[in-house]
Design a protein around this ligand. Structure first.
Ligand SMILES: [Zn+2]
Length: 318
């Protein structure tokens, strides 16, 4: 039978108001993508009394997964075999990008900001998906940045360098901030200048174990970058680990205890951090999400019968 896009928008209450939904411009159709994406672009779950919304910033163009996502030269053949065994074409993988909104009832905290809108890229969809989940950029009172790679910070400012989350203070790791704003080369990158340095008066720097807002605590996870921090969500006896990039790839980093990414800054440290975090969340049977895991991005990590771990996705809940 088929239903028109207009009917689909109407069904979601977006017709007419689509252009201004939640004060956000929700493009009816951008780069051939429907306004209501598959799965609506978000995955909302409860952790005790806290609502966690995993938001897709879109998926990258298909590209080679190796060696970036499994960089050990001696393991390339095994990595490839594992991908193929899991129905993945190593030459044409679309990367996922998942900022997370945590709504504690009192605070609305965005963890990482995506790649920012770029007409030529299939990413930059965070604001559309945030609107579909029922939130406006002005609702966000806190942004926490796990680390300063572009796919995590470039969504902080628009093309005019204005803050996209105007009411948010920005919290991030002290060591991460030092590494990028006082680099050994002496030159601060354009992305960090535009998205971090420009918001200096809103910035709060923290170490591991710091409370972001009640219910959210930072977890030092150095290695991927020198000051990377993950976030632990706690409500009553319920916990969830928001890994950021500390989990790496959902197959290779879990199954191979020595696997590292091409863009891990300190590879041995990244491997050690992953091992410790995987052991912790597996032992505590904790829900997890990670920035680059496949959408809808939420699940558990358990020990395999051999070495390493595996990711067990949790179904979407309605
Ligand atoms: Zn990343």
């Amino acid at each position: 039978m088929g239903i028109s896009r207009r009917e689909a928008l109407k069904a979601f209450g977006l017709a007419g108001a689509a252009a201004t939904l939640g004060g956000v411009s929700v493009n009816a159709q951008t780069a051939g993508t429907l306004a209501i994406p598959n799965g609506a672009g978000f995955n909302r779950i409860k952790v005790g009394d806290i609502t966690v919304v995993v938001l897709s910033d879109g998926q990258g163009n298909p590209g080679a997964l190796l060696p970036n996502w499994g960089a050990n030269p001696e393991l390339q053949d095994q990595f490839k075999a594992t991908l193929v065994e899991n129905f993945i074409d190593p030459a044409a993988v679309r990367n996922n990008f998942h900022p997370v909104l945590v709504d504690t009832g009192k605070n609305k905290v965005l963890i990482d900001s995506g790649s920012g809108v770029n007409a030529n890229a299939p990413t930059g969809k965070l604001l559309n998906h945030l609107a579909l989940a029922g939130y406006k950029p002005e609702d966000i009172d806190t942004v926490f940045l796990t680390h300063f790679h572009g796919d995590h910070i470039n969504g902080m400012t628009n093309a005019d360098s204005k803050a996209i989350f105007p009411n948010a203070r920005v919290i991030t790791g002290e060591a991460e901030h030092t590494f990028w704003t006082k680099p050994a080369t002496g030159t601060v990158s354009a992305g960090v200048t535009k998205n971090i340095v420009s918001q200096a008066e809103k910035l709060k720097l923290v170490k591991g174990g710091a409370e972001i807002v009640p219910g959210l605590t930072t977890v030092e996870s150095f290695g991927h970058t020198p000051g990377h921090q993950s976030v632990l969500v706690s409500s009553g006896s319920n916990q969830m680990m928001l890994f950021g990039d500390a989990a790496g790839h959902y197959l290779l980093s879990l199954q191979y205890p020595t696997a590292y990414l091409g863009f891990d800054n300190d590879k041995p440290a990244a491997v050690k951090t992953r091992a410790a975090l995987f052991a912790r969340v597996a032992a505590e049977k904790m829900l997890v999400t990670a920035y680059h895991f496949p959408f809808p991005g939420v699940g558990y990590i358990r020990k395999r019968s051999g070495e390493g771990y595996e990711f067990v996705p949790a179904p979407l809940q309605f």
